[in-house]
Ligand binder design. Sequence first.
Ligand code: BQF
Length: 297
Amino acid sequence: MSAKLIDGKKVAEITMKLISDDVENWVKAGNRRPFLKVVQVGTDPASTSYIKAKTRSCKRVGIDTDTTHLPDTVSARELKSIIRSFNEDENIDGILVQLPLPSHLSSHDVIESIDHRKDVDGFHPMNVGRLTVDQPTFKSCTPAGIFELFRHYSIPVKSKHAVVVGASNIVGSPMAIMLSRENAEGKATTTICHKYTKDLTRHTIAADILIVAAGQPSLIKAEMVKEGVVVIDVGINRVADESSDKGYKLVGDCDFEGLKNKASWITPVPGGVGPMTVAMLMKNTLLAAKKSIYPDD
Ligand code: BQF
C-alpha cells in the first residue's frame, strides 16, 4: 500500500481562514479583538521559534498578542505574581506559558496559577478534568488538532484500535482520553504505551491508528506496524543536517520512508501535526474571548 499524505499545513490554513472570518465577525459586532498573552521564561531557541510561529498565526487570524520575556532566574513567586496580574487583566483573553520551563520551576504549580478560564493550552487540571468527563473545555491543542485531521480526511475512529506511544500530559495522555471516551469523536479501543512498556511492537503491530509522541527519532519502523495503519507522527526532533542553513532538520518519531509503503495514511514532519497544534491555539483563544467555554454567570 502507498500511504495518502495527511497535509496538516493545508488543513491548518483552511482552519485558520475559518477562524479569521469568525474573529472579523466578532470584531464587527463591536467586540475588542481577542488578545493572547505569551510568557517566555529564558531564551531556549526551540521555544523562541514556537512562539514566533504562534505570533505569526495570531497576526494571520487577527488575534492581538504580546510576549512577556522573563529571565531564566525568575523565581516561582515572581512568575506566579505576574501570571496573577494577567489573570486579573480584563484585556487579556488567553494566557500561555511556553514550555518547557527551567528546572527550578514546577510547571504544575505555574500552570495551576493560570486562571482556567484563560488557559488556552488546556493544561490546567480543571480543563483536563473536564475533558475527562466530556464537559465543555479548552482541549489540549495537539490532540484537538489531530482530531481535526481525522475529521477533514474522514478517517474513522469509532471501534478502531488506537495505540498511543508516549504518555505526556501535553499530548499522549489527553489524546488517549479523547480517543477512548464514548462520545461522538471517540469510541476507540485505546492502548497507552510509554518508556516502561515491554515489547512495544506487540502493541504497535495491533494498531489501526498509531499516535506517536515519544520524542525519539526512528522509534517506529515499518516492521512494527500492520498494513493499512493510520500513522500520526507528533514527534518534532532536531537532528544535525549540514545541507541545511540552520545546521539541523526536523524529523518525527517515525521512519517515514519505511512506513509510507505500509500505512494507509501518514503525517509528514514538518507540515503534519505541528501546524494544526498552532491552529487549535487560535481556536481556543477565540473561544476564550467569546467566553464560550466558561460564560460569565
Ligand atoms: C511544522 C512543541 C515540543 C516541545 C514544546 C509547525 C510547530 C511545530 C512544527 C509549533 C511544539 C510543537 C510547540 C510545525 C508548537 C508544535 O510545520 O511541522 C508548528 O510551533 N508547535 C510548542 O509550543 O512547544 C513545544 C514541541
